[in-house]
Ligand binder design. Structure first.
Ligand SMILES: Nc1ncnc2c1ncn2[C@@H]1O[C@H](COP(=O)(O)OP(=O)(O)OP(=O)(O)O)[C@@H](O)[C@H]1O
Ligand SMILES: [Mg+2]
Length: 454
């Protein structure tokens, strides 16, 4: 019983006799399409699904090599077998260099043709399989998801690569929105555990009793309402990674239970005396200074040492400003795609301005800002005026002498105003409530383009 769909083979040859002979040779095993010249071949390729091509090197309206190159450009995985007469074998060799799979010399043996086609199709399947696997792999190992250009982040990358394969606990510290969870996932994806689960436990969001159930699971009857047994996240993450987010919020009582799991790799479900063993790697994150918490009695020092086998510090965005332009671009592309609309670019001034902003909410704040701009702004280019952040904050935080701060402010304010009126100086002067000549003089003095020239 023939259950698999037949593969399609396109035969391109100007001799009718050759076409017929090939059709008879192939039609038992393949769906055969015929073309007598380049034009017919083009049409056939456009209208049909084709798995392999048998291509005569000499055609009336084009030559086989040109057609071959065209086919390979459109679909590099489509295999082409050249048909040639003895006297054109040199050309056939050139065709191989141009990407043909193989050539056969006329007059040919049917068995040989069938064999070549079979191998060509196998190669195609194999390539498809590899491409598919690579894509799958990319999904699981996306270092590219962390967008960064700064030297500080490049160091973080190499640190991640170095510690990922180990089973040692990682403690990621960094301000809110710096990408701690992203990094935790990157560590998991680069470890041998990457095919196994990565489970997040948010220690801040869940009250202690619920947290215990979530972590350890429970047996039927362990508490009111426990109508059936449930495995906890530790069991579900067996052979994988558990990400303990906001570990500083975990209650001290639970901290000791966690310590035991990390040390002994075992625990009991709630309401059960049976010991369950697990193999999980822990990655923890916090945005507070744990050392200080320890001195205040809010965090167990022994747990801290257990977690801090590999300390990883994520710098705040204002300490790696080189990343800002790249992140702006990244999220603009992302949200334009998601929203199906939005501006195409940031003006250079807007990029400069946002690069000097301090981003107290770090990458998350930047991401949300770009998302908002994408939804709201109708213009093609995002100008400073379209950016909804408190602009005075930028000047306050730089710690400049008054004179320079005023200079900075005037310069930005005037260039923003000019942007808004599309560079019309008369309108800008009116908006600013100053005479046009004063504006020109100021532009000149502040080094703004389009100022008054002698
Ligand atoms: N370098 C980066 N490249 C791309 N996206 C990033 C980067 N850093 C952070 N993000 C994105 O910013 C958002 C916040 O990141 P994440 O949730 O990892 O931060 P966090 O440090 O865990 O913050 P919190 O402490 O508030 O939980 C996420 O949407 C994340 O995808
Ligand atoms: Mg987080």
């Amino acid at each position: 019983v023939e259950s698999k769909k037949k593969a399609s083979v396109l035969v391109v040859d100007d001799e009718k006799g050759v076409r017929q002979a090939l059709r008879i040779a192939l039609e038992d095993e393949y769906h055969v399409l015929l073309a007598g010249n380049g034009k017919e071949a083009d049409k056939c390729l456009a209208d049909n699904h084709v798995d392999a091509v048998l291509l005569d090197i000499r055609l009336p309206d084009t030559d086989g090599i040109t057609l071959l190159k065209k086919i390979k450009r459109t679909d590099p995985a489509l295999e082409v077998v050249m048909i040639t007469a003895v006297k054109y074998v040199q050309t056939a060799v050139a065709a191989i260099k141009a990407g043909a799979y193989e050539y056969i010399v006329k007059p040919f043996v049917v068995a040989e043709i069938l064999n070549v086609i079979k191998r060509a199709l196998e190669k195609r399947d194999y390539i498809r399989e590899v491409v598919h696997l690579r894509r799958e792999l990319d999904k699981y190992k996306p270092f590219e998801e962390i967008v960064a250009a700064s030297r500080k982040m490049q160091e973080v990358f190499s640190y991640i690569s170095a510690i990922a394969p180990s089973d040692g606990t990682v403690l990621i510290q960094g301000e809110s929105g710096t990408g701690k969870e992203l990094v935790a996932r990157a560590i998991h994806n680069r470890s041998q555990r990457w095919k196994k689960p990565f489970l997040v436990i948010n220690c801040a969001a869940v009250p202690q009793t619920l947290m215990e159930r979530e972590l350890f699971g429970h047996n039927k009857g362990a508490f009111t309402g426990a109508v059936s047994s449930m495995p906890g996240k530790l069991e579900m993450a067996d052979n994988g990674t558990v990400f303990l987010d906001d570990i500083d919020s975990m209650e001290v009582n639970l901290q000791s239970k966690l310590l035991r799991v990390i040390q002994e790799k075992e625990f009991e479900r709630l309401g059960s005396a049976r010991i369950t063993q697990v193999d999980v790697r822990f990655v923890a994150a916090c945005n507070k200074d744990l050392r200080q918490l320890i001195s205040q009695g809010g965090f167990r020092e022994d747990l801290y040492f257990r977690l801090n086998v590999f300390p990883l510090f994520l710098p705040p965005l204002r300490k790696r400003r080189d990343d800002i332009p790249l992140l702006l671009e990244h999220f603009l592309t992302l949200y334009r795609e998601k929203e199906g609309r939005g501006p195409e670019r940031f003006s250079q001034k807007a990029v400069d301005f946002l690069s000097s902003y301090d981003w107290p909410g770090n990458v998350r704040e930047l991401e949300n800002l770009v998302h908002r701009i994408c939804t709201i702004t109708r213009k093609r280019t995002i100008q400073i005026a379209d950016v909804p952040v408190d602009k005075s904050a930028v000047f306050l935080k730089k710690g400049l002498p008054l004179k320079e701060a005023v200079h900075d402010f005037e310069r930005n304010y005037i260039s923003e105003t000019l942007e808004e009126v599309n560079g019309n100086r008369k309108n800008a002067a009116r908006r600013l409530g100053i005479h046009r000549n004063t504006l020109l003089a100021k532009m000149n003095q502040l080094g703004l383009k389009g100022g008054y020239r002698k």
